[in-house]
Write a protein that binds this ligand. Sequence first.
Ligand SMILES: [Zn+2]
Length: 241
Amino acid sequence: MNPDEEYGVQEGDMMLQRDRNAASDVWPEVDGQVFVPYEINPELGKRASLITQAFKMISEKTCVKFRLHTDEADYLHFKEGPGCASLVGLTGGEQPLLISKSCTAGNICHEILHALGFYHEHSRKDRNEYITIQYDNISPGREDNFEVRYGKTLGMAYDRGSIMHYGEDYFSRNGKPTIVTKDGNVKIGQRTHLSDLDVERIRKLYHCKGNEEEGTAQVDYGDYEMGLEGLWGFKFSTMAL
Ligand SMILES: [Zn+2]
């Protein structure tokens, strides 16, 4: 598959709104915890389980939790889309987060981090100290995916292992690398887990206190697994992922 097609869907994934500085808007925190209300459109069917896996990746290590939307004004709405895509930061109201058939739990986790206020790691203003962008190898018209953005670095180290970092051949027009790391064979572009620095970044932005590593995620998988066998009748009421 042409990497551009493959990654164009997966990684050209930030939906942008004009007239706002997206990353300045974070989800509200109450008593050291953040609850992001969400709704999963039934059209996503069994992909709901990938979404809850992504929730768990975040909630088991941070104070950011996810709970089913009731009457909150602001909430994430997971719905079918042509790719995995998200707005950056809290935008207010029903905030779409698009899920295609090709999105993995890791991709969804990446999109949720956008919704929490994070840009791509390789777009940090200090990125040129750590990576080199090979503009000659980027598909024409895709250069804007490699622009520097002034999102929060939170005073933290550059993280090649971040789930928010592009891989070396994203948006390549010729199969050659579009991003080269400056210190040799460091792997970039993983989409399987939050790096330690990803965890720290979330905890810092959301002022998490205490040790979430202990695992405060409450998941009733009994209800959940049972529900997946049926249609959409499973209970979310016990879930605070
Ligand atoms: Zn992204």
